[in-house]
Design a binder for this molecule. Sequence first.
Ligand SMILES: [Zn+2]
Length: 293
Amino acid sequence: MSRILRVILWGALAVMILGGPAPAQQPPFATTKVEGTDNVYIFRFGNAQAMFVVTSAGVIATDPIGYGRPQAVTTYIDEIKKVTNQPVRYVIYSHHHYDHIAGGKPFKDAGATFIAHKNAKQRLERLKDPHTVIPDETVDNNRTIRLGDTTLELIYLGLNHSDSMLVMWLPKEKIIFTVDWLPVGSLPGRGMIDFYPLEAEQSIKRVLSMDWERLIPGHPAPGDRLGTKQDAQDQLSFLQDASAAVKVAAREGKCWEPAEKEVKLPKYEKWPGYENNLQFVTRRYCGLWGRGT
Ligand SMILES: [Zn+2]
């Protein structure tokens, strides 16, 4: 074997073993206790995550995150069992999208009560997805869950991403868990297909007026950090800037196609998702300003 060939082969082997120059892949799932709390956890599987809270009277779990991957749900349950012997009393859906709520049957079989916004239940009953548990109970504008010494407030702030979004607020811990409409330090993506632009701005102003300090998002943020009010404010600024830019294009008759190619928001080009997702943001605002929807 020539020396050059040997070097190439060793190089290829090193890439295989070390995974090449790309950053090491993160493990498929992880459970993390939220710093500074006694009992608040984040369960991540792949690129989705859910919060669960362990109390002396049982566990409050949220989104099953089992869309197309039932093993995420069984793993979620196993991970809870590693932390506590308490049964899961509740599973609370953040909103009705299957990528967050499908797959909950193992929780149901173990006796959990499922809660969601009333609009989520209505939709799920119509769509009859075989993999998604229909909620047992619903929330209209707000509801308080008290379990052990934990208080969890479920709050509906109106239309934003979907018409069924709950903010789950732990007032003592000053933590909220809410999904998809406040991406932390990144652009929203295809989920813009179910987004209410004008109402979402009002929702963000309302969530900013609530008493919380940390936000657990439904998809991990860059660096796995939690969100802050500054992130919510930044998301509002981003949406307002996108809206204003697309409004101009729309009134020049450029929706859909030219606008999707031409609208740029360089202020946000460093945010993850900028290259791939700006088109979906533009499309949604073209719907608003170019079609009136
Ligand atoms: Zn969603």
